[in-house]
Ligand binder design. Structure first.
Ligand code: PLP
Length: 218
């Protein structure tokens, strides 16, 4: 068994049944992705639209591609025909563009709304007030070619468990508070190589793991 297959197997053993493992393959080659594919992995995550597009063209068509990075509106058209889930949606303008491109391809594109949970300024995402106003706007304006199925968050890059737990708990509580009005928010995409075990304890339904599967990136 290859190292990639071994890593996958080890991680899958730790995941509760209903949790989706997204193998984050950014910067990794098609050959490396195929190692994971041959071991049974089908969900892969990329953070750049162009990179995801050429890999999608080259690799098996039953791969489910997750866009986990920040998306520029003018790039949506390149991935609209195939993207499985867009994790980093953080504006109404972007949602309208995803809706428009979804309509062109006669698809409903599923999305998560990215919430800013980290202490760091650099991470993208909505704060709670922006999130609730976006959800309200969405109920007025029906975008029939998008489907919002949950929330995504990126914790601070730290090994301080207390801080990580408080950020994950914040996101999980937010989802719980919104559940009555927005029961469609079922998914919680949180947890990466360094913090996924903690994220799982706090209710993550999707973990995005790169380096623990494929090794470190350059
Ligand atoms: C790169 C990336 C990951 C995976 O990071 P690892 O630490 O390699 O597991 C997860 N989520 C997002 C949004 C990323 O950009």
């Amino acid at each position: 068994m290859t190292a990639i297959a071994q890593n996958l197997k080890k991680i899958l053993k730790e995941l509760p049944e209903k949790v989706t493992l997204i193998a984050v393959s950014k910067t990794k080659s098609p050959d490396e992705i195929m190692e994971a594919y041959k071991a049974g992995q089908r969900d892969f995550g990329e953070n750049k639209v162009q990179e995801m597009v050429w890999k999608q063209e080259e690799l098996p068509k039953d791969i489910r591609w997750h866009m986990i990075g920040h998306v520029q509106r003018n790039k949506v058209k390149y991935m609209a025909s195939f993207v499985h889930l867009v994790h980093g949606v953080d504006s109404m303008k972007l949602l309208r563009e995803i809706n428009k491109q979804g309509a062109k391809h006669n698809r409903i594109i599923t999305c998560l709304l990215q919430v800013h949970i980290a202490k760091e300024e650099t991470k993208f995402g909505l704060d709670e007030r922006e999130l609730t106003s976006l959800l309200l706007e969405l109920s007025d304006e029906s975008l029939v070619n998008v489907d919002i199925v949950g929330l995504m968050g990126m914790a601070t890059f730290t090994d301080n468990e207390k801080q990580l737990a408080s950020e994950f708990n914040y996101l999980s509580d937010l989802k719980a508070r919104l559940a009555r009005d927005y029961p469609q928010l079922k998914e919680l995409s949180m947890g990466m190589s360094g913090d996924y075990q903690l994220a799982l304890e706090i209710g993550s339904t999707m973990v995005r793991i790169g380096s623990s599967i494929f090794g470190s990136r350059n």
